[in-house]
Write a protein that binds this ligand. Structure first.
Ligand SMILES: Cc1cc2nc3c(=O)[nH]c(=O)nc-3n(C[C@H](O)[C@H](O)[C@H](O)COP(=O)(O)OP(=O)(O)OC[C@H]3O[C@@H](n4cnc5c(N)ncnc54)[C@H](O)[C@@H]3O)c2cc1C
Length: 439
């Protein structure tokens, strides 16, 4: 689906309840009361739309990119929180039984205590949900525990808000608007069921098995998995999957990893995985024959169809994973465009696929520029960070300004590189990037 269509669809979902309320024929109230209702409705609509921006829907994340999807998700959650927090304080009308002549509740707010209590619970829970998500990395939860709590918490808040909106909301007394709220709530719940029931069922039908695990660098492993009884995955070089190794298909124990193999190399999938936390530290112990499940492909770090006259790949550490997949695919396809890889690491032992990169230089003409922050004695490559100076040195030419730039590495490196590229006159549309952490 076209990204513009997606944005239009998003705006439609979020603004539809407000639009219907505005179009309804009810006598106007004070400005503050209208603002209060508007803020509440907008907050609820955003909360419901957040379920579709969870990063698990390829229609969304493959079009606008996983980073952008998650940034939207985070930004909109904060916006919904701000609107929800001010919502009760903006009302000026009193909470009272309706006057007999005021059938549209122009002058009083509903006095239904149960409707307020669900609103109050949601009002208290929403900041907790958002703050737990913002502070996730500082809390000592396993990622899977946090994800489960986040999903259950979001569903609970949505349910409470639906009750509050239908029973306390002045505009929701209109059957059409009430139907819209129920419909949006059902879509949100259906999206959860799709992620937690339908997807696992599909994964169970197409299992994978670990074929090989080998060390390719300091605390860095290459894992190869093969399809079991099915043709494999249709993907594009540079994309990623949620990978679950050694757990049931419905398990929440799955992590995102870029595919480092090339689609043209066959139906096996390869990953380059760096030890970081509880799962990745055990990768070296995974036995061949272990069952695996894959959800994907996701992401838009994809060069297929791009027409730029050259391709620059800039990797920091394990950020090489998707970029080597892209290089491999370009080589298989015999793509004649020039390619340059800038590959930054702290120490030489971290450099993965070193020999293969030499082969790519010989056979595909790829220029490889290694940069080491702590180089060994006798190192003849670049010393230091993969920073703006290095990028300007390698790419500052009229020709390279027309190239496509594909970035993957630590967030700080990507920021510096992007700033340098934009400063050199490379347009934002020529830069593709993927972060390995949603922050
Ligand atoms: C799009 C993408 C592609 C990635 N590709 C690679 C790759 O090719 N090679 C590689 O080594 N690493 C990659 N990563 C990072 C990798 O996912 C994490 O290092 C890994 O999940 C850590 O898991 P853990 O259990 O070992 O550590 P933990 O201590 O559990 O997690 C460390 C951090 O990793 C992140 N993380 C953990 N689990 C998940 C999850 N299920 N979903 C999202 N984030 C999670 C969280 O930010 C968490 O704080 C990628 C990340 C993303 C988002």
């Amino acid at each position: 689906m076209n990204p513009r269509l997606l944005i239009a669809l998003y705006l439609l979902i979020v603004l539809l309840p407000l639009g219907l309320s505005w179009a309804g024929e009810r006598p106007p109230r004070s400005l503050w009361d209208e603002l209060a209702s508007g803020a509440g409705m907008l907050a609820f609509a955003i909360v419901l739309a957040e379920f579709l921006l969870s990063g698990r829907f390829r229609t969304v994340s493959n079009r606008i990119g996983m980073d952008v999807t998650m940034r939207f998700h985070q930004l909109l959650a904060r916006s919904a929180l701000a609107l929800a927090l001010v919502h009760p304080f903006l009302y000026s009308a009193p909470t009272k039984p309706a006057y007999p002549w005021d059938t549209t509740r122009q002058l009083t707010l509903s006095d239904d205590f149960s409707a307020y209590s669900t609103g109050l619970f949601a009002w208290l829970l929403l900041p907790v949900l958002v703050l737990l998500a913002i502070g996730r990395s500082r809390l000592d939860y396993r990622y899977e525990t946090w994800r489960l709590m986040h999903g259950i918490g979001a569903a609970l808040i949505a349910g409470l808000l639906l009750h509050h909106t239908l029973h306390a909301g002045r505009y929701s007394q209109d059957p059409l608007l009430a139907g819209v709220w129920k419909g949006l709530f059902e879509i949100a719940l259906a999206s959860l069921l799709f992620v937690y029931l339908v997807k696992p069922a599909l994964k169970r039908l197409s299992p994978w098995v670990v074929e090989r695990v080998r060390k390719v660098g300091l605390k860095t492993w290459e894992v190869t998995i093969a399809p079991q009884g099915h043709k494999g995955l249709r993907y594009q070089a540079g994309q990623f999957v949620w990978l679950n190794i050694g757990h049931g298909a419905a398990s929440l124990a799955e992590n995102p990893f870029s595919i480092s193999s090339a689609p043209a190399s066959g139906n096996r999938l390869q990953f380059i995985i760096k030890e970081l936390g509880d799962f990745t530290r055990t990768v070296g112990d995974i036995a061949p024959g272990t069952r695996a499940h894959v959800d994907g492909p996701h992401g838009n770090l994809v060069v297929t169809g791009r027409k730029e006259p050259g391709i620059a790949l800039i990797a920091g550490g394990v950020g090489i994973a998707p970029l080597i997949g892209i290089l491999r695919q370009l080589h298989y396809e015999g793509d004649a465009r020039p390619t340059t890889l800038v590959y930054g690491n702290r120490v030489a032992e971290q450099m993965a696929c070193r020999e293969e990169l030499e082969t790519l230089t010989r056979e595909h003409g790829t220029r490889v520029v290694h940069a080491l922050y702590e180089p060994p004695e006798g190192w003849t490559g670049r010393t230091g960070m993969c920073d703006g100076d290095l990028i300007r040195e390698v790419f500052d030419s009229a020709e390279a300004r027309q190239w496509l730039y594909v970035l993957c590495g630590p967030p700080a490196m990507m920021e510096v590189v992007e700033t340098a590229l934009i400063g050199m006159g490379v347009s934002a549309g020529q830069i593709l990037s993927e972060r390995f952490d949603y922050g």
